[in-house]
Design a protein around this ligand. Structure first.
Ligand code: BTN
Length: 257
C-alpha cells in the first residue's frame, strides 16, 4: 500500500477526511479497518487502483487506474433495514454528479442501486456494515466504483464509462469533486427528512417504471411489471394475475441484457 497523497484529491466539504492510496487491496477493506479502529464518519478512502476490488455476491471488481474507487465510512442511526436505503442515496448522488459533469447524459436508476446510461452499467455500489449489539449498525462502509476511463466487459450486463460516452475530460478527481457534495446533500436530507424525498427523486430516474422486467429472488425467476418503490426501498411489482408483490432483496434484469 503506498503512502497518502492528499494532492491527488480535490477539495472536499469539511465532513470528509480523505485518504488517497495509489494502489490498495480494496478501499472497502481499508475503510472497514478504520471503522473497527473507531474512526469517525466521514473518513473517505480513495484509490488509484485496487488489487482485490470486490463486487456484490463476492464477484471481482476490475480496478485498473483511470476509474474512481472510493469507500466512505458512515455511522448512521437506525436499524439495518433503514440503513440499506443508503444504497439508493449513493445512486441518486452519483446520477446527480454525472448530470453536473455531463448535462447531456441521461443517467437512470436500476433497482436496487445500479446507475445505467443508455442501458449500460457505469458504476457499482457495495455496502458493508457491522451490527450493533441491541440493534442498529455500528458502522457502514459505502463502497463505490465508477467507470470513468474504461469499463470491464461483464458477461451478464452491458457496461459503459464516461469516456466511452464522450465525456473525455472527466477524471476520477473531477467526478469525486462533483460526487462528494451530492453525497453530503442526500445524507443530510435522509437524516433530517427520512427516505420519502430520496424515494421521490430516485423514482424520477428509475428505468422501466411501469414496464416489464424479469425478477430473480433466490432461485425463483419471473416476469412482472415494475410499479413502485415502497417507503422502505422494497421493489413493488405487479404479477401477471394482477396481484402486487414486494421484493426486499433480489436482482432485476432488463429485456436487452
Ligand atoms: C457491484 O458488484 O456492482 C458493486 C461493486 C463495488 C465496487 C467498489 S470499488 C470501491 C469499493 N471497493 C471495493 O472493493 N468494492 C467497492
Amino acid at each position: 500500500m503506498s503512502t497518502h497523497s492528499p494532492a491527488q484529491l480535490p477539495d472536499l466539504p469539511a465532513f470528509f477526511t480523505a485518504h488517497y492510496y495509489e494502489t490498495i487491496t480494496s478501499t472497502n477493506d481499508v475503510a472497514k479497518d478504520k471503522a473497527r479502529a473507531g474512526a469517525p464518519a466521514g473518513n473517505l478512502i480513495v484509490a488509484g487502483e485496487q488489487r482485490a476490488g470486490r463486487g456484490r455476491t463476492g464477484r471481482e471488481w476490475t480496478s485498473k487506474p483511470g476509474n474512481l474507487y472510493m469507500s466512505l465510512l458512515l455511522r448512521p442511526p437506525g436499524h439495518a433495514g433503514e440503513v440499506a436505503q443508503i444504497s439508493f442515496l449513493a445512486a441518486q448522488a452519483l446520477s446527480d454528479a454525472i448530470l453536473q459533469i455531463a448535462p447531456n447524459l441521461e443517467p437512470q436508476h436500476k433497482w436496487p442501486n445500479d446507475v445505467l446510461i443508455g442501458g449500460a452499467k457505469i458504476s457499482g455500489i457495495l455496502l458493508e456494515s457491522a451490527a450493533r449489539a441491541g440493534g442498529g449498525v455500528e458502522w457502514l462502509v459505502l463502497g463505490m466504483g465508477v467507470n470513468v476511463a474504461h469499463h470491464p466487459q461483464d458477461a451478464g450486463q452491458s457496461t459503459t464509462s464516461l469516456h466511452t460516452l464522450g465525456i473525455r475530460k472527466s477524471t476520477p478527481h473531477s467526478l469525486l469533486a462533483a460526487l462528494a457534495p451530492r453525497l453530503l446533500h442526500w445524507l443530510d436530507v435522509w437524516q433530517q427528512q427520512g427516505f420519502a424525498p430520496l424515494r421521490m427523486a430516485w423514482l424520477q430516474r428509475a428505468q422501466k417504471l411501469n414496464e416489464q422486467i424479469r425478477v430473480r429472488v433466490g432461485g425463483e425467476e419471473f416476469v412482472a411489471t415494475f410499479r413502485d418503490l415502497d417507503g422502505n426501498g422494497n421493489l413493488i411489482v405487479e404479477l401477471p394475475d394482477g396481484s402486487m408483490r414486494s421484493i426486499a432483496a433480489g436482482e432485476i434484469f432488463l429485456p436487452h441484457n
